[in-house]
Design a protein around this ligand. Sequence first.
Ligand code: ADP
Ligand code: MG
Length: 345
Amino acid sequence: MAGAVERLKVISIIIRLVLILFMIPALCSCGSDESGMIARVSRVAMGTLVEISAVGSPDRTKPAIEAAFDEIRRVENLTSFHKVSGLTQINDSSGETHVKSDAELVDLIRKSVRFSEYSDGAFDITIGSIGRLWNFSGESGPRLPDRSEIEKLLPTVGSKLLKIDSDQNLVFLPVKGMALDLGAIAKGYGLDRAAETLRRMGIGSGLVNAGGDIVAFGKKAPDKPWRIGIQDPRNPGGILAVGEINDRAVVTSGDYERFFMDADRRYHHILDPKTGYPAEGLQSVTIVAPDGVTADAMSTAVFVLGKDKGLALIETMPDVAGLVVDRHGSVFMSEKARHMFELKQ
Ligand code: ADP
Ligand code: MG
């Protein structure tokens, strides 16, 4: 099963990349004047293929893209669930002692707790203990846990249990076996940091694409905004909708990237913290927000909340738009998303 899941993951990444390349055909072209030049570099990072595009002359874009990849690596070293990281230090001390952590990591954990509050617990980074049982992101691949295993760990899930001292940067997981998993927000943070690094290095227009999750700023060319496509969750390579974005993050959570089938049932990696089982009802959720952290956390939150509650939450947030695909493949958009996306079907 592990091999099949890995294969599906790689196929999905390639399809997404091809899709984005298709949507931004002029991405690798180099014009003679500076404003028309776009440099693009792709590398595996954050568990996917990351492609960084920057507009400008090579002497400017090359070091900026390198610095952006370094920044992504730094964020991974802080937030990884499986490799030794700032986060695993906290998890390894659950039920025992508080951990003095990095201010940046503590800040991301606090933001995560805030998203749990907004979403009434649909988004919750304390899902780590139960996530480990399913093992969707682990090397050995996923498995279907016994109901009793899940129920035993449900008391370790709940952001309200977390003890955080922001002044001293201390984090304590008071229940033995509790574990934080930043898998639903760290990629968005990595995108934000990479884009910020490009800007700091003098890039005025750029696009960071981590397997279809995107942060874009500026314009591809003076009169050309960045154009992106949203993948059809049941037709790899098919485009559901297209839109233009400027200074925005676009992140999709779906049931089609990390999943396995058992007795005709699809089990995927977005878990409902109330049950410990994969959230039911939707195929995918795409969120557009001013930053990657918000778009990433909200895409997971809305996926768990479902269509009605999810869209209602989006409408309460200024500057956030969402597109939801339900279990039948029907598309629903928030008010703002209707002005952003053109449906292709
Ligand atoms: P992707 O990683 O495919 O971009 P998401 O952003 O939706 O998708 O994140 C899913 C990951 O987040 C899971 O692999 C797991 O690590 C973690 N996760 C699963 N369910 C939840 C949840 N309800 N709240 C917070 N994190 C979750
Ligand atoms: Mg997410």
